[in-house]
Design a binder for this molecule. Structure first.
Ligand code: NAP
Length: 327
């Protein structure tokens, strides 16, 4: 089968489109014929080996020995199942979190996949797992957002942001979305009540107060963000950009250090894919409550450009790799 492979860490030109062995599903694993694979900034981190924490987390210190084929988000058709799989059979249409999904075939644990709703395309489904579940867990678990509360989302037009605006609206929140000029209409269409165009206005220069702030950019000091919160408000710093060593963990460490000195809640969260949350996302998509904004598609052979696009920091909704199986 064809796959994207990197033998060393580096910029997108390390990604090679070549023939590799098809994986075999063991015990509880499902082999998926990949139709689409979502791209996340995490794929850039793993491709470049930065922040260096990625290497320490077991991906390989000098070379990407553990994950030579990138990609986790996946949507496709079940091709074969391991001997202990009970929930799926060949032909089922699924989406979720797999391993090495920038390929024609990829394995996933049975519990990391759910049925793809028939009214959702493979591209739309492939955009959901990491970004959608992060948005859901941020708003439900970290913010404990409730109806009538006021939420501000900085970086509202990207992968997580577009899901966060929709999920927050479905929870009954009043949403202020911060985005660039070309995405003002998009976030309005997704349901944002108020939109701040960051090229014209600094959202921290306001007398408004929010019950929750979800910040994907972290381009303001913590003090400026905390000042915008109600006395019981919560700040969710959620940017992976924090330098070559720590990445997003820098904001988490800073939040932990500041926490004892403020009554406002600081709630960084590392999202974790669960079957229950994938099912929740599928349900919301099936009912039309939630949709994926597919802002760009690239063929598998062009995965390097797809990853580069996301890394430039101005993706619109989700960037998705489409895979045409050659056999
Ligand atoms: N906590 C977790 O478990 C977890 C999981 C996944 C990802 N993350 C982190 O979450 C962050 C967001 O991920 P994502 O997938 O949503 O990223 P993304 O799709 O690349 O979106 C980034 C968005 O940021 C916007 N943006 C750029 N500069 C801005 C500015 N100055 N002000 C306001 N918006 C700006 C861009 O919009 P414009 O084009 O309009 O500029 C773009 O839509 C990443 O840093 C990632 O590391 C955390």
């Amino acid at each position: 089968m064809k796959a994207i492979v990197h033998d060393e860490y580096g910029e997108p030109d390390v990604l090679d489109f070549r023939e590799v062995d098809r994986p075999e599903p063991g015990g509880k694993q499902v082999l998926v014929r990949v139709h689409a694979a979502g791209v996340n900034i995490a794929d850039w981190f793993i491709m470049t080996g930065t922040p260096y924490m990625v290497r320490l987390a077991g991906f390989g210190l000098r070379r990407p020995t553990k994950r030579p084929v990138p990609g986790t988000d996946v949507a496709g058709t079940v091709e074969a199942v391991g001997s202990a799989v009970t929930r799926f059979k060949p032909g089922d249409e699924v989406f979720g979190e797999g391993r090495a999904t920038f390929a024609e075939y990829a394995c996933a644990d049975e519990d990391d996949l759910v049925a793809k709703p028939a009214n959702v395309t493979f591209e739309e489904a492939a955009g959901v797992p990491l970004a959608g579940i992060t948005a859901l867990q941020m708003l439900r678990d970290a913010a404990r957002l409730s109806s009538g509360q006021r939420l501000l989302v900085n970086g509202s037009s990207g992968g997580i942001g577009t899901f966060a605006v929709q999920i927050a609206k479905s929870m009954g929140a009043e949403v202020t979305a911060v985005c660039g000029p070309r995405n003002v209409e998009l976030v309005r269409e997704l349901g944002a009540d108020h939109v701040v165009d960051y090229s014209r206005e600094d959202f921290t220069h306001t007398s408004e107060r929010y019950d929750a702030i979800l910040d994907h950019v972290m381009n303001h000091p913590f003090s400026a963000l905390l000042k915008l919160l109600t006395p019981t408000g919560v700040l969710m710093p959620n940017s992976g950009n924090g330098g070559k060593w720590l990445g997003g963990a820098r904001h988490t460490i800073k939040a932990a250090a500041l926490s004892p000195f403020t009554r406002r809640r600081l709630a960084p969260l590392l999202a974790r894919t669960t079957r229950a949350d994938l099912e929740e996302m599928a349900r919301m998509m099936e009912s039309g409550q939630l949709g994926t904004v597919v802002g760009g598609t690239y063929p598998l052979s062009d995965a390097a450009r797809a990853v580069q696009h996301v890394a430039e920091g101005h993706a619109r909704g989700k960037v998705v790799i489409t895979v045409q199986s050659t056999g």
